[in-house]
Design a protein around this ligand. Structure first.
Ligand SMILES: *[C@@H]1O[C@H](CO)[C@@H](O)[C@H](O)[C@H]1NC(C)=O
Ligand SMILES: *[C@@H]1O[C@H](CO)[C@@H](O)[C@H](O)[C@H]1NC(C)=O
Ligand SMILES: *[C@@H]1O[C@H](CO)[C@@H](O)[C@H](O)[C@H]1NC(C)=O
Ligand SMILES: *[C@@H]1O[C@H](CO)[C@@H](O)[C@H](O)[C@H]1NC(C)=O
Length: 599
């Protein structure tokens, strides 16, 4: 009976997408047949001791006053007013060398041009530049710069596809993103972005979560099928997602603000540069500025934030490549990797970049994705219930441009529904692969593809994902699984009846000032399931009302023996016409009018 009913409800939800989507926002991140993920307020008592914005301003220029060299988009110059501070008394015995450098075959296969001497200002004509300054024949200063340059090998496209711009934030859970980067999050939400509420990590650290997303394979399979027994991924055998975009005419870019890159030693062992634009040679050379060369997560180099260099890089690429299709992954790690609360310092800059991309029109032509590999993995926060959950639920937020939503209506609708399903990095790979050729996303194409589908354990988020998905089925091991299995109360259980009656009484109480509606009673109980926690228990109740046959679905909270409705009550079936005698749009769906309403 239970299964039948669920299939029935499932059908109704997909047939009429206008039906009020299930909202369980207070108690659950997602609530499906296969997986119930509880949620918390952004700052619950659980974790309030761990969250808060850093008290001291964190700023590279404070740490490093008196930079000798400064730059803008096109030039580098010497700051004459700080020469004395650097014990440079005779300016005529001081000069700097401009060296361009580039990687030939791999990150570490670096070639330097010869010294171009200057003692005032110099125009930058190369992408990556190192400057060394000398006084009385001693090297007194060293710095690195990135400039936006157009590379020749890039083919112009005669048709425009959507750009795919992916921002990675290392170790940031969905909730930590909302807590620490509210301005960026609000901007995205204001544009109708979609957060995956049931995106569960697959493994502990970055690799088991990033490889599935970038390569479509588990980390283990990647190592056994894609390498020759070493760390080198053979990209002929196994294409990274950027290879697929490149093959279809995209310009590709990969940038990280971490010396480790996106894939650590697996990135450093690639035998060719992975993308057309590639920031890592710069990152890897700039390590020469540091005494502690082993340590990957430097926030600053000289007076500059690495992450700001990364964001500038994105903006310049968007400017230079207006006429191309760009696929880019831009991975921030330098700020967020070590400290739960530090992403806050980047909030204004990410917002600023998004605003600039909006003004330039670039957002309208781009699919934007924010994502992470996992939440914070250490510190006392992971000992709390909320921290444990957040560690396992990384950020994924997808912003589709207006034109995409218009043309690919069903894809957009499916993505919205899937944001309430259990999802993994494999689904993300399949989603990105779908964007390589969006003609596959037209409504009729999606319907055709869906018809031929098995019940699959991975799929593009533009196809409808099953409510049945369990951790086991999609490849998440018990230890990382955030799903609670709700316990279904058997027929005859006293709380089954009590919860159902409570719900119908509550609906009747909402309608008390509308005598034109019938008073409702419980006709059928489809499901009452319960999840217990230390403070009480949470009930999911789905019932059919009489008269009118409305199917209502609600979450109830029970503490100390008292029920309360949590969040909104959803109506899962059509009610067109039934409630027309009530004007209030939010209450209409609870009413079955005593007589047909006439204007
Ligand atoms: C960058 O600096 C150079 C040298 O100071 C100056 O000539 C140029 O106008 C500056 N460019 C911008 C965009 O500010
Ligand atoms: C770069 O690689 C190519 C091809 O392997 C090689 O011919 C060339 O000499 C290398 N060196 C430089 C400086 O570009
Ligand atoms: C982006 O698209 C929206 C909606 O189609 C439009 O109103 C806006 O003017 C566009 N922005 C730019 C900068 O072209
Ligand atoms: C969900 O599971 C039931 C059996 O538990 C099965 O009959 C049904 O086909 C599944 N639905 C989907 C969409 O796979």
């Amino acid at each position: 009976m239970f299964l039948l009913v669920f299939e029935f409800l499932h059908v109704i939800v997909t047939v009429d997408s206008k039906v009020n989507q299930k909202q369980h926002s207070d108690a659950f991140a997602i609530f499906t047949k296969g997986c119930i993920i509880p949620t918390f307020p952004l700052v619950s008592e659980n974790i309030q001791n761990f969250v808060g914005f850093p008290k001291k301003a964190i700023d590279c220029s404070n740490k490093y006053p008196g930079a000798l060299l400064k730059s803008n988009e096109s030039h580098i110059w010497i700051e004459n007013n700080v020469l004395e501070q650097h014990n440079i008394m005779e300016k005529n015995k001081f000069f700097c060398c401009y060296y361009n450098f580039y990687a030939n075959k791999s990150v570490e296969d670096i070639f330097y041009g010869s010294c171009v001497q200057f003692s005032d200002t110099i125009e930058a004509l190369h992408e990556f530049v190192r400057v060394e300054c000398f006084y009385l024949d001693d090297k007194v200063y060293d710095d690195f710069f990135v400039f936006p340059m157009r590379i020749q090998t890039v083919p112009m496209k005669n048709y425009k596809n959507f750009n795919v711009i992916i921002f990675g934030l290392e170790s940031v859970s969905r909730m930590n993103f909302l807590r620490t980067m509210p301005a960026t999050a609000n901007f995205l939400r204001g544009k109708g972005s979609i957060q995956l509420l049931g995106y569960n990590k697959l493994g502990d650290n970055s690799f088991p979560n990033l490889f599935p997303l970038l390569l479509g394979k588990s980390f283990k399979d990647a190592l056994s099928y894609c390498t020759h027994g070493n760390d080198e991924i053979d990209t002929i055998k196994c294409a990274f997602i950027w290879d697929r975009f490149k093959k279809s005419g995209y310009v590709t870019a990969l940038g990280s603000d971490s010396i480790a890159g996106l894939l650590g030693n697996y990135e450093y062992s690639l035998s060719k540069l992975p993308t057309d634009y590639y920031l890592q040679p710069f990152m890897s050379e700039s390590i020469k500025l540091f005494k502690n060369k082993e340590y990957s997560y430097h926030m600053c180099y000289k007076n500059k934030f690495y992450y700001k260099t990364l964001l500038n890089y994105v903006y310049h690429l968007s400017n230079k490549l207006k006429d191309n299709n760009l696929f880019g992954i831009f991975w921030e790690e330098s700020v967020s990797h070590e400290h739960l609360n530090y992403p806050h310092i980047m909030d204004a800059q990410y917002l600023n970049l998004l605003e600039k991309l909006e003004i330039s029109g670039y957002l309208n032509e781009s699919v934007l994705i924010f994502f992470s590999d996992h939440g914070m993995r250490w510190g006392n926060i992971v000992l709390t219930e909320q921290g444990r959950l957040e560690e396992r639920l990384p950020l994924v937020e997808i912003l589709l441009p207006p034109k995409f939503k218009e043309v690919y209506k069903l894809a957009h609708e499916n993505l919205k529904i899937n944001s309430h399903r259990l999802t993994t990095p494999y689904d993300m790979y399949d989603t990105l692969a779908d964007l390589v050729d969006p003609t596959l996303l037209h409504d009729h194409e999606l319907r055709r593809r869906n018809k031929n589908r098995m019940y699959d354990n991975r799929a593009s988020l533009f196809l409808p994902l099953s409510e049945n998905r369990t951790c086991d089925f999609v490849g998440i091991s018990d230890h990382w699984c955030t799903c609670h299995k709700g316990m279904m109360l058997p027929t005859g259980h006293k709380n089954r009846l009590k919860a159902s009656r409570f719900l119908i009484d509550y609906i009747n109480s909402l309608m008390i000032t509308f005598p034109q509606c019938y008073q409702l009673s419980v006709k059928n109980i489809f499901d009452v399931s319960v999840v217990m926690d230390p403070r009480g228990s949470t009930y999911r109740v789905a019932i059919e009302a009489f008269p009118g046959g409305g199917i209502f679905d609600a979450t109830l909270r029970m503490e100390r023996g008292v029920f309360a409705v949590s969040g909104t009550i959803s109506r899962l079936n059509l009610y067109r016409g039934q409630g027309d005698c009530v004007q209030d749009d939010s209450l209409k769906m609870y009413c079955y009018c005593r007589q047909p309403f006439r204007i």
